[in-house]
Ligand binder design. Sequence first.
Ligand code: FES
Length: 100
Amino acid sequence: MVKITIKDNQGQSINTFDAHQDESLGTQAQDQGIPIPFSCGVGACRTCVGRVHKGKEYLEEELIGPKHITTEDNEVLTCICGLKSDIPEEAEIEMEIENL
Ligand code: FES
């Protein structure tokens, strides 16, 4: 299973969970009880932005839909970002949520 570690904006680890490829990472994190804030939910506002510390190469930035704003190279919008279809099972991803 692909492990995702979510940290708050102080760098404190909030939770680690096994992710799947069917939903955005933000939605999966919320399902785990991690209160990642969403506003638009469609990649247009930055409320849900995460800075990826590890594993960016495994992420599909526009899994759920197109991104409507620009972000830095190390950032993803967790409401629309998910896992690439060819991600190795042992992959590890770590990200810090800006508004958490
Ligand atoms: S909630 Fe608006 S970009 Fe993700």
